[in-house]
Design a protein around this ligand. Structure first.
Ligand code: NAG
Ligand code: NAG
Ligand code: NAG
Length: 238
């Protein structure tokens, strides 16, 4: 059920950007491209077994060496809003500005990376890129849907393209903290701070927008694939 909660959560949070920003954002025809199947049962039950080192290969991928490389931008103002990663560091994103006919179109990719689901696994994330901006790559290749090359990315190459980094442990949801373990669960605030930042960079003038989130923590996991079927899958879903 969780991946679908996330989809709904995305829509819900679009409505919660609040006030004038919500009005602005809702003017944007927002399409959520969410690549999920009906694998949630196994995702939930099998999650504990997936350790952090396994993630490192998941959404990095191989990039051709002529890829556009885009620097990480931190959001220092997020700290005052309590919008922090699991370890208390500020969140960040990578952006490549649109141009020409794409100058007022925005594509937001929410980085994937699965959830941590207890104190132990969340604590171990504090020393990874999925729990701390101290450990995030300072520069990332923009390939595929983020590419600036018309032949590789014909629909969006000229749009404003953003990769919002994921470091809250619960897919941009959640609100809380654990004093004893010094863990911050601030996914909701990170989403909000990220959207406010992008609004200030011109997303409030957006004519078209797409938010993309890929359950890339799921793909490449053979034991999960073994019990599931490709999307759309409705035969074996409970
Ligand atoms: C994490 O996964 C890697 C690769 O599967 C494995 O080599 C390593 O021993 C695992 N670490 C823990 C703590 O389970
Ligand atoms: C990367 O660059 C090297 C040297 O220019 C070249 O030999 C290699 O084929 C390139 N790799 C890719 C994936 O483009
Ligand atoms: C990216 O960061 C590097 C290292 O700090 C810097 O030299 C470079 O100018 C930056 N590139 C852009 C486009 O800001």
């Amino acid at each position: 059920m969780l991946p679908f909660v996330f989809v709904l959560g995305l829509f819900e949070r679009v409505g919660e950007v609040t006030g004038e920003e919500a009005m602005e954002l809702l003017r944007v025809p927002l399409v959520v491209v969410f690549v999920v199947g009906c694998f949630w049962v196994r995702w939930v039950s099998g999650f504990e077994a997936w350790n952090v080192s396994e993630f490192s290969s998941v959404d990095g991928g191989v990039s051709p060496n002529d890829s556009l490389m885009v620097n990480l931008t931190l959001i220092p103002s997020a700290a005052a809003k309590g919008a922090v990663c699991l370890d208390g560091t500020v969140p960040g994103y990578h952006i490549h500005r649109g141009s020409g006919s794409g100058a007022n179109n925005w594509l937001i990719q929410l980085e994937g990376g699965g959830w941590c689901n207890n104190i132990r696994t969340c604590v171990s994330r504090k020393t990874t890129r999925h729990g701390s901006s101290n450990y995030m790559e300072k520069i990332l290749p923009f390939t595929g849907i983020l590419s600036d090359k018309p032949d590789e990315n014909p629909d969006f190459y000229s749009w404003n393209r953003v990769n919002l980094r994921y470091c809250d442990g619960a897919s941009f949801t959640g609100e809380g903290q654990n004093e004893a373990a010094k863990l911050y669960f601030r996914g909701q605030r990170i989403w909000q701070a990220g959207m406010e930042e992008l609004m200030s960079l011109g997303m409030r003038n957006a004519k078209q927008g797409i938010a993309k989130s890929v359950g890339d923590w799921y793909f490449e996991r053979s034991e999960v694939k073994a019990i599931d079927c490709p999307y759309p899958c409705d035969k074996t879903c409970p």
